[in-house]
Design a protein around this ligand. Structure first.
Ligand code: ADP
Ligand code: MG
Length: 322
């Protein structure tokens, strides 16, 4: 379990992490989602005692990181763009880590096997591709067989096979009852791995919820309908009390009705349908909506000299929508 209490980090004028309070629980993958610059990496560095909080507190199984004896046995982490000493072989890199943390030597071969680097174990890490470096970083995180694992943007630099592998690894670790905390700026990635979500924007907590709840609360589901007898269909739907909005390309969007109900109504009135498709907003849309709201909130809360960062995100939001 990881517990954050009012965690705050200020770099000069910049409030990178703003009063975060949440708990990361064992037995599931918790996604840590936010656009670039939201404060994810800074939060994770504070969890590991690599950055000192300006205010607030983080506890790993009830203790501060600094006070853990052999911390790699409690928490393993892969940080964003993690540097590995290039001169050492993968094996020796892990062996050094193991020896300085009281971890038995045999774990080195085990984790190399887990991450698929056994064949290149004696090669210098300096010659590794980004993906192999990422796997070596993950091997280091697994070395102490910790109950808590933290991965900062782990799919960066991995090929599709590697991405598939790490998703399964995270789910398997969570299924063993471990705490798995993984960050991403990609909502599509989170949708496939995380059961619980913590969303931040501009360093502030925007949501702390199950994935299913997050989607349900932040998105809308509707049925898209197209018909060559559009006006007649509109009348029939109105009569049935179904709320309809007109969308682009002549399609209608019906809220709060099931596709079955609309299909049966159309059949009863002999209306031809060219499309009848239930739509649920994706996590991506829900995430955009949530962050957009926080942008508006900021804009209304007071313009001030700090306005540019919000409008920057506003622009990228507009861009990614188009
Ligand atoms: P994320 O990982 O979500 O992309 P970061 O935690 O890296 O976000 O950054 C959050 C904010 O803090 C950004 O605006 C970033 O520029 C700033 N920041 C991060 N590290 C430092 C630092 N060492 N010095 C000054 N500003 C920093
Ligand atoms: Mg980051």
């Amino acid at each position: 379990m990881i517990e954050l209490e009012g965690l705050t980090k200020r770099y000069g004028e910049k409030l990178a992490v703003n009063n975060l309070t949440f708990t990361v629980r064992p037995g599931m993958v918790t996604g840590f989602l936010g656009p670039n610059g939201a404060g994810k990496s800074t939060t994770m560095r504070m969890m590991l005692g690599l950055d000192r909080p300006t205010a607030g507190d983080v506890r790993i199984d009830g203790e501060h990181y600094d006070r853990l004896k052999d911390p790699l046995k409690y928490i393993g982490a892969l940080l964003d763009a993690q540097a590995v000493h290039g001169g050492r072989s993968a094996y020796n890199h892990l062996l050094c880590l193991a020896q300085s943390n009281g971890i038995p030597r045999r774990r080195v071969a085990e984790v190399l096997e887990t991450v698929g680097l056994t064949a290149v174990a004696r090669k210098k890490a300096k010659g590794f591709s980004l993906g192999m470096g990422q796997r070596l970083g993950i091997a280091g995180a697994l070395l102490g067989d910790p109950r808590i694992l933290m991965f900062d943007e782990p799919v960066n630099g991995l090929d599709p096979e590697g991405i598939h592998w790490i998703r399964n690894l995270m789910k398997a670790l969570a299924a063993e009852g471990r705490t798995v905390f993984v960050s991403s700026h990609l909502m599509s990635e989170m949708a496939l791995t995380a059961e619980h979500l913590v969303v931040i924007g501009q360093g502030r907590l925007l949501a702390d919820t199950s994935m299913a709840d997050f989607i349900a609360r932040n998105s809308r589901s509707y049925v898209r309908v197209r018909s060559p007898q559009r006006e007649r269909l509109l009348d029939v739907l109105h009569e049935a009390g179904i709320v309809v909005v007109e969308s682009g390309a002549g399609a209608l969007e019906a809220d709060g009705a099931k596709a079955e109900q609309i299909g049966e109504l159309a059949a009863r009135h002999q209306i031809v349908l060219h499309e009848l498709s239930p739509q649920t907003a994706s996590l991506e849309e829900a995430f955009m909506q949530l962050t957009a709201e926080s942008v508006e909130y900021h804009a209304h809360a007071g313009p001030g000299p700090q306005a540019p960062p919000e409008s920057q995100w506003g622009e990228s939001w507009e861009r990614s929508r188009s």
